[in-house]
Design a protein around this ligand. Sequence first.
Ligand code: FES
Length: 150
Amino acid sequence: MAISLKVNGQTRTVEADPAKPLLWALREDLDMVGTKFGCGAGLCGACTVHIDGSPARACQTPIGEAQGMAITTIEAVAQSDAGKRISDAWVKLDVPQCGYCQAGQIMSASALLATTPDPSDEDIDAAMMGNLCRCSTYVRIRAAIKDAAR
Ligand code: FES
């Protein structure tokens, strides 16, 4: 079935089952591999994208339900001014360790900063609690979000 998706401002069509998770449509059909597979069960946040501006789990979002919604991935956020500011803070504060979860972390951080330009520790903890990091870079992530907010 042809499913039309609005990804990073462009209309893209994929031939797939409407139940296919958005994560795999992005990675397999659209060759956008910045969005990562972690758990596939909605638990880790590695697959975070924005849907209509809010963070969402791409592994738990059937493409049939994402039709007509504005999907934003790390590929677009990385090119945006806000994304560059966040990436600069990530580099400056040496946030990544293995790096695997960081695209998802940056997607949640950018959604937070878009709505809360000067977040408190509590705001950051609430926004980031769904993004797990096995290297435990949480303290540096919080510092980098504050740095990017300046
Ligand atoms: Fe989607 Fe873990 S891969 S939440």
